[in-house]
Design a protein around this ligand. Structure first.
Ligand code: NDP
Length: 492
């Protein structure tokens, strides 16, 4: 044990934070039934296609939602095509920008209600939907509104025009934010869209459709079809789609790439990850503890770029894990609508089962499984407490596969070379983090990491002006920033 690990904590927070319930009480409107948004109008969809969307924190049914058939997908693509050729591609950039600004402002006006709907449908804490998801969704529309009339500066000296109709398929972990990441650059560049939200989180996309009506967006510019994988497959495989933008698992990304191979469709793929957080002995350890927590327990670890592999320099490993566990014991798991909740519910029973299965696999492979939180784990819904797997080997399943839950896998290293080798020894390449007080070490290590994004002395920091995307099995193409415009433009 080294000197640092012998030192006692100066501030012991354990058991000190007894807080009264503080639920978000804003009334929200959730209809009993949702269908699709096609050609500027809401459609009921077929009765026989209805499925439920639930509140994963309570298991209560929130609404019934129709799954779009091939015929409905076809209608949505037709409507997007007509809006592109007749209206949107002909409109000047400044005019298009005005619509995007209006969407952004309306999102801001409704932000509290949207946050409360998202928290119910997804299970994530209101603190996160209120402070991260919705503000970032607004910021994306504001950012790309600014580009709409300045596209010539995105590609100096080149001529660019929109591609046409974009088919966009998104996951459930950041439902409204992922919709904003997809829609804002597509619309700014003059494309029209058919969007398919995830089956388990359709509600904020439907609220966004209402906003499209409220801002008088020309009919057909944005169409939204609900449904499961079959609806997504019908959409990306549709013959009159010019561009496919997918965010989701690497497995489904592969299926889609096979499906569109040999067509002229452009594609961007934002897929899974297994982000490494490298903490050197010279790092500010308490700051790195906060970054580690933000990296893996934010959004219950349902984050593609989650820092799910913690690589600790051996000399500080014991000390760091003590500090980390002490801090995790202060995290409050519980009602996602409570403003004091840090860790909410897992989005679906399927994902809950997947996470439990991985924890069991970790245990069987010899990991020391540690779980902790400040409050008791509720039995009302799908909750998994923050989990740390210690004593793992590089080849263990939980050190290699994406768990997509609040599960941190811990490994150690002795030299910077070993840290880089272990971090890069993954099929994924989305994000990584490096913690050190030495700037030269940060730069040296960051440049050697095979990942689309590397954060230094921080983690999970997002800005619409900053491109986001992966390498290797984490996908290709960028969303955000100037680079987020290029995949939606035909350049001459
Ligand atoms: P999935 O790949 O299962 O689903 C993503 C979306 O694709 C959903 O809307 C889904 O519908 C739909 N879908 C499923 N099958 C098909 C198909 N054959 N053709 C077209 N669409 C289909 O991922 P999850 O929703 O489980 O999301 C988690 C995954 O997403 C994780 O691996 C995570 O890393 C990744 N992700 C990546 C991000 C990035 O930017 N790189 C950001 C966020 C998440 P349905 O909802 O019905 O299943």
């Amino acid at each position: 044990m080294n000197k640092k690990s012998e030192s006692k904590p100066t501030l012991d927070l354990e058991g000190a934070l007894e807080l009264s319930p503080s639920p978000e009480r804003i009334p929200v409107t959730i209809k009993e039934r949702y269908g699709h948004f096609i050609g500027g109008k809401f459609h009921d969809g077929a009765d026989e296609s209805l499925f439920e969307t639930i509140n994963p924190a309570t298991k209560e049914t929130l609404a019934h939602v129709a799954a779009a058939t091939e015929a409905e997908v076809n209608q949505a693509v037709k409507s997007a095509r007509a809006a592109h050729s007749k209206v949107w591609s002909k409109m000047g950039g400044a005019e298009r920008g005005k619509y995007l600004y209006r969407i952004a402002r309306r999102l801001q006006e409704k932000s509290r209600e949207l946050a409360a709907i998202e928290t119910r449908d997804n299970g994530k804490p209101i603190r996160e939907t209120r402070d991260v998801d919705i503000p970032l969704a607004c910021a994306h529309f504001f950012y790309y509104a600014g580009w709409a009339d300045k596209l010539e500066y995105a590609l100096p000296g080149r001529q660019a025009k929109s591609l046409g109709v974009a088919a966009q398929v998104i996951p459930w972990n950041f439902p409204l934010l992922m919709a904003a990441w997809k829609l804002a650059p597509a619309l700014a560049t003059g494309n029209t869209v058919v969007l398919k939200p995830a089956e388990t989180t359709p509600l904020t996309a439907m609220a966004l459709a209402e906003i499209m009506q409220e801002v008088d967006l020309p009919p057909g510019v944005v169409n939204i079809v609900n449904g499961a994988g079959a609806t997504g497959a019908a959409l990306v495989g549709h013959g009159d789609v010019d561009k496919v933008a997918f965010t989701g698992s690497t497995g489904v990304g592969r299926i889609i790439m096979r499906q569109i191979a040999g067509t002229k469709k452009r594609a961007t793929m934002e897929l899974g990850g297994k982000g490494a957080q490298i903490v050197f002995a010279d790092a500010a350890l308490d700051q790195a503890v906060e970054g580690t927590i933000n990296g893996i327990f934010f959004n219950q670890g349902h984050v593609c770029c989650a820092g799910s592999r913690l690589l600790l320099e051996e000399s500080i490993a014991e000390d760091f894990l003590e500090r980390l566990q002490r801090r995790v014991r202060t995290l409050r798991i519980g009602d996602p609508l409570d403003k004091n909740t840090d860790v909410g519910a897992i989005n679906s029973p399927e994902q809950y089962a997947t996470i439990q299965r991985y924890i069991e696999v970790g245990r069987k492979e010899g990991a020391n499984v540690w779980q902790g939180s400040a409050t008791a784990v509720p039995d009302t819904g799908y909750f998994v407490p923050p989990t740390i797997l210690m004593g793992l080997q590089q080849s263990d399943t939980c050190a290699r596969e994406e768990i997509f839950g609040p599960v941190l896998s811990v490994l150690t290293f002795r030299t910077p070379d070993e840290a880089v080798k272990k971090a890069n020894d993954s099929e994924y390449g989305l994000a990584a983090g490096v913690w050190s007080e030495k700037t030269s070490k940060l730069f040296e290590v960051a440049h050697r990491l095979n990942a689309g994004i590397v954060w230094a002395n921080g983690y999970n920091l997002f800005d619409p002006a900053s491109p986001f995307g992966g390498v290797r099995h984490s996908g290709f193409g960028r969303e955000g920033g100037i680079a987020g415009l290029w995949p939606y433009l035909e350049v001459a």
